[in-house]
Design a protein around this ligand. Structure first.
Ligand code: DGL
Length: 270
């Protein structure tokens, strides 16, 4: 039986990672869970994010996934180490791949990280970047308004442009040459962010590098799917299936997606 790669996020953000994985690994089957009912995770305490991440992981483990991608920076910062220790399948997050991609791109080692309040407070990016390269200078900027703009489906609107311009003003006219989208929701705003920052600033979506890591890890564990069986992706949300469906179809270019509503935590039957 075909085994899926599991993806978890606080909402639709992790679909930006799924998009890259589908591009690089088209034979793989995806199970995705977005905890939209409890989104955003950004302002929550790390212990709570760990609890929610554990609930999401177990929901997908119960459905037989072969690998877990924590496709959420906030959850990666708060829970990757523990979840990895608790599960007996390969588990990866998005912070290490995002950091690697940024270091490859930057020419002057001046990097800014955009993220949720939780990710910025955790200092997970500065730590990951400096571990790889001691010379790097890192600025972090929390952009708490971006997630609701994306979750509401407004990510191409005039409101999105206004929110991006206001939030990223501190990065205008600096010497930073690379900006990491340190929240998986933010790549949906990438065209607006790039337009605002200008052509001299590289904007990094960690999805591509994460997909390469998924590929390498599956290969290493002998878990890569080479095709054959019919693929049946599954998408679960704890929130509105219609909002999720509209965004997922637009972003992934899929049609007639079937989104399954589920409950987690108290009242959730797994
Ligand atoms: N997509 C998430 C991230 O990468 C979190 C958004 C949120 O729930 O605040 O951090």
């Amino acid at each position: 039986m075909k085994q899926a790669i599991g993806f978890i996020d606080s909402g639709v953000g992790g679909l930006t990672v799924v998009k890259e994985v589908l591009k690089q690994l088209p034979h793989e089957q995806i199970y995705y869970l977005g905890d939209t009912a409890r989104c955003p995770y950004g302002p929550r305490k790390p212990e709570e994010v760990l609890k929610f991440t554990r609930e999401m992981s177990h929901f997908l483990i119960d459905r037989g996934i072969k690998m877990l991608v924590i496709a959420c920076n906030t959850a990666t910062a708060a829970a990757l180490v523990q979840i990895r220790a608790e599960l007996d399948i390969p588990v990866i997050g998005v912070i290490q791949p995002g950091s690697r991609a940024a270091l490859k791109e930057s020419r002057n080692n001046k990097i800014a990280v955009l993220g949720t309040i939780g990710t910025v407070k955790s200092e997970a990016y500065p730590k990951a970047l400096k571990r790889l390269n001691h010379q790097v200078e890192v600025d972090s900027l929390a952009c708490p308004k971006f997630v609701s703009v994306v979750e509401s489906g407004e990510y191409k609107s005039a409101i999105a442009k206004k929110v991006v311009a206001e939030s990223l003003l501190p990065l205008k006219n600096t010497t930073i040459d690379t900006v990491i989208l340190g929240c998986t929701h933010y790549p949906l705003l990438k065209p607006i962010i790039e337009n605002f920052l200008g052509a001299d600033v590289a904007v990094i979506n960690s999805g591509e590098e994460t997909a390469s890591e998924v590929s390498a890890l599956l290969d290493y564990h002998g878990l890569l799917d080479s095709g054959g069986d019919t693929i049946k992706h599954r998408f679960f949300t704890t929130g509105s299936t219609s909002i999720f469906k509209n965004l997922a179809e637009d972003w992934l270019g899929m049609q007639d997606m079937h989104i399954e509503h589920i409950k987690l935590g108290e009242g959730g039957k797994q």
